[in-house]
Design a protein around this ligand. Structure first.
Ligand SMILES: Nc1ncnc2c1ncn2[C@@H]1O[C@H](COP(=O)(O)OP(=O)(O)OP(=O)(O)O)[C@@H](O)[C@H]1O
Ligand SMILES: [Mg+2]
Length: 221
């Protein structure tokens, strides 16, 4: 069976992309062929080649094999708004079977496929389905990225509960240090570790400038 992970987070802007890139690098360092995917992205820039999303471009660069942009990011929308609203504005309905087909094609070319979600776990993709449904259809174990800030314990526990209620496997969680001055940093990590029924796969340190290779050293998957 092809392997991979679905990366979700406690919110938007919590470090999913940094964790995705770090995990890809970590698996590449072990000699694996790793491809990445950002199935749905809003907040894209219009370029001569079409709409381009920063996360998807980074994932494209990190992938072991050169892939066409559309294979990595099948649904790209310009406004930086919730994906189902951006899709509606664009007159598009996000089709989960199209996304699972795209993911399968990437899995056939790789040892691992790392899929970055959009926002958090219950972000809607269309009238009926959400990120949770996409992750379930992809049948990938889920990694939850938690940015350490006030409120993160509640957000981590809510997300972990929802992931397991969706029927998905929670492979583990990643602590991301966005604020190195956060009070009781380690106690927050310990509080989540004690309550989430899945392992802490690593703590990503605060970096002024992203160094993916160095971030990769902090993961154990
Ligand atoms: N470990 C870190 N150290 C310092 N800054 C970080 C770290 N992780 C993330 N950031 C900062 O936080 C921002 C958000 O991170 P990232 O883009 O990975 O979040 P995301 O969850 O992927 O967001 P989105 O929901 O938009 O996809 C980054 O642009 C970066 O500036
Ligand atoms: Mg991202």
């Amino acid at each position: 069976m092809q392997k991979g992970y679905f990366i979700t987070g406690t919110d938007t802007g919590v470090g999913k992309t940094w964790a995705t890139l770090a995990l890809m690098a970590h698996l590449q360092q072990a000699g694996h062929c790793v491809l990445g995917m950002k199935p749905v992205a809003s907040g894209c820039e219009q370029t001569a080649e079409g709409l381009r999303n920063e996360d998807a471009l980074l994932i494209q660069q990190q992938s072991t094999i050169a892939l066409p942009y559309d294979a990595i990011n099948p649904y790209a929308f310009a406004p930086a708004i919730a994906p189902h609203l951006a899709a509606t504005q664009a007159g598009v309905e996000i089709d989960l079977s199209h996304l699972t087909g795209s993911a399968r094609a990437l899995q056939q070319q790789s040892d691992y496929l790392i899929v970055e979600g959009a926002g958090g776990w219950l972000v809607p993709l269309n009238k009926a389905s959400s990120i949770a449904d996409l992750a379930w259809q992809l049948q990938l174990p889920v990694i939850l990225v938690v940015s350490l800030r006030l409120g993160c314990i509640n957000h981590a526990l809510l997300s972990a509960t929802a992931i397991r209620q969706s029927g998905c496997e929670l492979a583990g969680w990643v602590a991301n240090i966005l604020d190195p001055q956060m009070p009781c940093l380690q106690q927050n990590i310990d509080s989540i570790t004690a309550r989430v029924p899945a392992p802490l796969l690593g703590t990503l340190p605060y970096q002024q400038q992203r160094n993916t290779m160095q971030l990769a050293q902090h993961l154990s998957v």
